[in-house]
Design a protein around this ligand. Structure first.
Ligand code: AMP
Length: 393
């Protein structure tokens, strides 16, 4: 069972290993609100239940009972292990880990760095631990672990060094599970060469770019928090920090309000004034909305700025990969980004493969100097694979 528990939601996939077949998937939403929502796939059909779901324990019980009631499993004994996504592993975890008391304590301590996420991840773990027999193994899979291979000169901010040594202020990155999965798929698609230079563009509502050399992440665009890097649905990405002080002085906002603005009111939403959803912004731009067009133009330029930076860091690039909501689904976004790179990197896109293809695929032409791939991300599969590997199942 691969689990992604948020503060008011819980997504799950039950995966048969080693065949990697998804047996069922679904989510519980609005945990703690008056009426919760539970969706589970049974024989390919989504079954939805609306009922009060006061806490994560109730959510987990609801989900486990549904597995048995719908005969997805005959008994809960069939579940061998649970892999839990954990947002922040700090410097303590450079790989997934079998859960023990020490791991729980460390994840709880790291809540200082991810106050919205880590506590929810622990609550999710405890609910499954409580509901399933004791022999069921649990594994934490960290969203930061893949980025722990960054060198000091790339993860350190040029601040007084004490802020790192005393307070661990540094770049951690995020979306690591996705960057790991996509870069591994790309290496396979390149024919498993010994040496490879890959740039992964995870373009969803949250968005990040990473540079992967010979399977190891050497740099990534998110920072101390997921606010840094490229422009996102509602997040600004990189801005000069002096803007914060200026807005506090000039507009009379307080610090919390400015940080909220940067996280929730910026990005595609803030520039376009239309929506944080790429499709809405694209549609508005096509209908002549100039702010929407400007939002798209900034978005694309911020993506290529990181690609350029990582091209240099990697000493060249063999493959650029697109993944997540925008990266997987928008042939328009891929084409615009690749057009902006065409001259500098000698990229040529195969329009038919870009527009009409499905699943993992090459979308560049044989003449292209860089291969361009679309690789739908699969974080749940990484969670299942790591869980199986660490528990020797
Ligand atoms: P994610 O956070 O990975 O679920 O991605 C969400 C983003 O993907 C939103 O901005 C959506 O508008 C965008 N998205 C999803 N499907 C499409 C599509 N067919 N074309 C363009 N953008 C899409």
């Amino acid at each position: 069972m691969a689990v992604n528990a948020g503060s008011s939601s819980l997504k799950f996939q039950l995966i048969n290993m080693p065949s990697e077949e998804v047996i069922t998937s679904g989510l519980v939403e609005r945990i703690g609100q008056e009426v919760g929502n539970f969706v589970i796939k049974v024989n390919g059909e989504k079954i939805q239940t609306q009922t009060p779901i006061p806490d994560h324990q109730v959510a987990v019980d609801l989900l486990l009972n549904a597995l048995v009631d719908h005969h997805i499993v005959e008994s809960l004994e069939e579940i061998d292990a649970v892999g839990h996504r954990v947002v922040h592993g700090g410097e303590d975890f450079d790989d997934s880990v079998v859960v023990d008391e020490e791991a729980v304590k460390k994840v709880a301590d790291l809540a200082e760095l991810a106050p919205l996420h880590n506590p929810a991840n622990i609550i999710g773990y405890k609910a499954f631990k409580e509901a399933l027999p004791d022999h069921v193994g649990h594994v934490f899979v960290f969203d930061t672990a893949f980025h722990q291979t960054l060198d000091k000169e790339r993860y350190l901010y040029p601040l007084p060094l004490e802020y790192y040594t005393d307070l661990k202020v540094r770049k951690y990155g995020a979306h690591g599970t996705s960057h790991k999965y996509v870069s591994q798929q790309a290496i396979e698609m390149l024919g498993n060469p010994k040496e490879s230079r890959i740039i992964v563009c995870h373009l969803g509502n949250g968005a990040s770019v990473s540079a992967v050399q010979d399977g190891k992440c050497i740099d990534t665009s998110m920072g101390f928090t997921p606010l840094a890097g490229i422009m996102m649905g509602t997040r600004s990405g990189d801005v000069d920090p002096s803007v914060i002080d200026y807005l506090i002085e000039e507009v009379g906002l307080d610090m919390k309000e400015v940080i909220k603005m940067l996280n929730k009111e910026s990005g595609l939403l803030g520039v376009s004034g239309v929506s944080s959803d790429f499709r809405d912004v694209q549609e508005a731009a096509a209908n002549g909305n100039e702010r929407a067009q400007l939002a798209l133009d900034i978005f694309f330029r911020r993506v290529i700025a990181y690609i350029g930076r990582y091209f240099i860091a990697l000493g060249g690039v063999d493959a650029i990969c697109f993944t997540a909501g925008i990266g997987e689904n928008s042939f328009f976004a891929r084409k615009e980004i690749c057009n902006l790179l065409a001259e500098a990197l000698g990229i040529e896109i195969d329009d038919d493969a870009n527009v009409n293809g499905k699943g993992d695929r090459l979308i560049s032409t044989p003449n292209s100097k860089v291969k361009v791939y679309v690789i739908p991300t699969n974080e749940e599969l990484v969670i299942a694979r790591d869980t199986k590997r660490l528990l020797n199942l």
